[in-house]
Design a protein. Structure first.
Length: 201
C-alpha cells in the first residue's frame, strides 16, 4: 500500500480526523489505528504516511496555531505542548513561511468562525451533536463563538464608515462653485434680449 492509498483508506475509516484540513494528531495515533484496524495497515506504511502527513506545511501550521490534539473520532486527545508548538514554528520559519501565508490562514480562520457562529445561532441540533457535526471540541465552542461575536462587532463598526457617502453638494476644499452656463446675463428688466426686438420707432 502506498502512502497515498493509505491516506485515502484512513479518510474513509476515520473521517473525523483525516477528512478536511489537517488537525494536530493525538500522540501515538498509529497505535490506535493498529488497534482499531488490525492487520489493515503495516507499520512501514503508517510510518511513511505519518512522516509525509506531519511534515506538511499545512499540518505544521495547525500545530503552531492550535491548542488541542485530536483522536481518531475527532475528539480532544490532549493539549499541544509548548515544546512541540515551538518545533513547528521553528520549522515553518526555516521553510520561509512568511507573513502573507499566516495572514491568509488567519483570514480563513476568521471566516470559519463567522460561519460557525452563523450556523450555531440557527441550528436545531443539541450542543453536543452540533460540535460533532462541525468537528469542534465542545469545550472550545464557547471560546470560538466569543471570538466570532467580537469580530462581527468589529466588522459592524467598520461598515458605517466604509459605506458613508459624501453629501451631494460636497466639493473639494478650496474649489469655488462652478458657474452656471444658462446663457448671457439677463437684461435691464431681468429679461434677456429677444432677437429682432431692435425695431426703430
Amino acid at each position: 500500500m502506498s502512502p497515498a492509498a493509505c491516506a485515502q483508506a484512513l479518510r474513509q475509516r476515520f473521517p473525523a480526523l483525516f477528512d478536511g484540513p489537517p488537525k494536530p494528531l493525538k500522540l501515538r495515533t498509529h497505535v490506535d489505528i493498529e488497534a482499531r484496524a488490525p492487520g489493515v495497515f503495516s507499520k512501514q506504511v503508517l510510518t511513511a504516511f505519518f512522516r509525509r502527513y506531519t511534515g506538511s506545511t499545512s499540518y505544521l501550521l495547525s500545530v503552531a496555531r492550535g491548542r488541542q490534539r485530536f483522536d481518531l473520532d475527532g475528539k480532544p486527545g490532549g493539549e499541544i505542548s509548548d515544546e512541540h508548538r515551538q518545533i513547528a514554528i521553528d520549522e515553518l520559519t526555516r521553510r520561509g513561511v512568511g507573513l502573507q501565508s499566516r495572514r491568509e490562514l488567519e483570514e480563513q480562520q476568521r471566516r470559519n468562525r463567522a460561519g460557525l457562529l452563523f450556523d450555531y445561532e440557527r441550528t436545531t441540533l443539541t450542543r453536543a451533536n452540533f460540535c460533532v457535526l462541525k468537528q469542534v471540541a465542545e469545550e472550545e465552542l464557547d471560546g470560538l463563538l466569543e471570538i466570532a461575536r467580537a469580530e462581527a462587532a468589529q466588522d459592524q463598526e467598520r461598515r458605517p464608515a466604509r459605506d458613508a457617502k459624501p453629501p451631494r453638494d460636497a466639493r473639494p476644499q478650496g474649489r469655488p462653485p462652478a458657474q452656471r452656463r444658462d446663457g448671457p446675463p439677463p437684461g435691464p428688466r431681468g429679461r434677456g434680449p429677444r432677437q429682432g426686438d431692435d425695431r426703430r420707432r
